[in-house]
Design a binder for this molecule. Structure first.
Ligand SMILES: Cc1cc2nc3c(=O)[nH]c(=O)nc-3n(C[C@H](O)[C@H](O)[C@H](O)COP(=O)(O)OP(=O)(O)OC[C@H]3O[C@@H](n4cnc5c(N)ncnc54)[C@H](O)[C@@H]3O)c2cc1C
Length: 293
């Protein structure tokens, strides 16, 4: 299943979940339940992250294998090229092709944080656009790239960042998965700016439910996303340390965001699950009840 075919052929928007490979044996048991629960929602596809520098190579492979072979799910496998040499990239892609993976999200990865102590391969690729070019010339995967609605934190400007996104498309990206935002207007503005410079491929919005205040702060700081006024005010109004109230607020906010996105005709909803099921389950059930999904 090439994901772009789903958007061409499906009359309805897609539902998809992002997972990362469990980090320990202890996590594995609870994660298996998460996958079972969310698989019952019949997502159109799921995606699996990849630790930059190859740090999660085996875990990502095992998870992709399980999702395809045991759960019979369509998968987008991510590949973060930072630090990897051409032979290693090919070896990873060969194993994915052998599993029947048809979709790859080509990423640079985050060098300083995820790969401390790693000496990058001398021929490693500097940018996602280079990885796309590399894969496109050698494999038949349906390729995608990451989009940063608020601009990537290292980008010289939002406009320059968008030029590089256009280069990703020129180099083979047939779809874009957008990073999360906490003000849906930022996503719509991003799509408008993409279309204005000729980026015509489907742009799938990523939605990151607020799982906790701490996680919200870490994630937004890491990728430079802003916490919109509505979220700030909503969280400030809750009793301090009330984790249940925060989780409920997070679910309600994500449902509202998804509703706004779906009503504007986005190709689908891509939920960043952080390997949790309660919030994604509540969000999807609400959207299904409203017949939005
Ligand atoms: C949907 C999604 C999934 C993700 N999954 C993962 C994951 O599984 N593993 C992981 O490690 N990280 C993941 N990330 C994080 C991602 O790796 C980081 O955001 C990383 O810092 C940038 O990745 P990129 O692919 O957008 O890089 P790039 O497109 O290479 O962009 C990185 C920076 O370089 C600039 N740039 C781009 N191309 C060029 C060029 N040709 N010349 C000069 N400058 C250029 C851009 O403006 C930007 O500032 C994900 C992000 C998103 C949005």
């Amino acid at each position: 299943m090439r994901v772009t075919d789903l958007w061409t052929k499906n009359a309805r928007p897609t539902l998809s979940f992002e997972f990362f490979p469990p980090r320990s044996e202890k996590d594995e048991a609870s994660f298996a339940k998460v996958v079972d629960t969310l698989a019952e929602l019949k997502p159109d596809f799921v995606s699996v992250t990849f630790g930059a520098g190859g740090s999660s190579r085996e875990g990502s492979y095992q998870l992709v294998k399980k999702l395809i072979q045991e759960k019979e799910l369509g998968v987008i496998a991510y590949l973060a090229a930072y630090g990897l040499g051409p032979d290693e990239i090919c070896s990873i892609l060969d194993t994915y092709a052998d599993l029947g993976v048809e979709n790859i999200l080509a990423l640079r990865g985050d060098p300083p944080r995820a790969t401390e102590g790693l000496t990058p391969h001398p021929e490693s690729l500097a940018h996602a656009s280079d990885l796309l070019h590399f894969i496109k010339g050698r494999y038949a995967f349906c390729l995608g790239g990451a989009g940063h609605p608020e601009g990537h934190p290292e980008a010289a400007s939002k406009a320059r960042d968008l030029d590089y996104l256009k280069l990703k498309v020129a180099n083979g990206a047939e779809f874009i998965i957008a990073n999360f935002v906490y003000d849906t207007r930022l996503f719509f503005d991003f799509v408008e700016r993409c279309r204005a410079i000729g980026i015509g491929v489907p742009i799938l919005p990523g939605v990151m439910p607020i799982y906790s205040v701490k996680l919200l702060e870490i994630l937004t700081k890491t990728c430079g996303a802003t916490i919109g006024e509505e979220v700030r005010k909503g969280l400030a109004a809750l009793p301090a340390d009330d984790t249940k109230a925060v989780a409920e607020f997070g679910i309600a906010f994500a449902i509202k965001q998804c509703r706004e996105l779906l009503e504007q005709g986005v190709p689908g909803i891509h939920l960043y699950t952080m390997d949790r099921s309660a919030a994604p389950l509540a969000i999807v059930n609400a959207l299904k009840n409203e017949k939005l999904l």
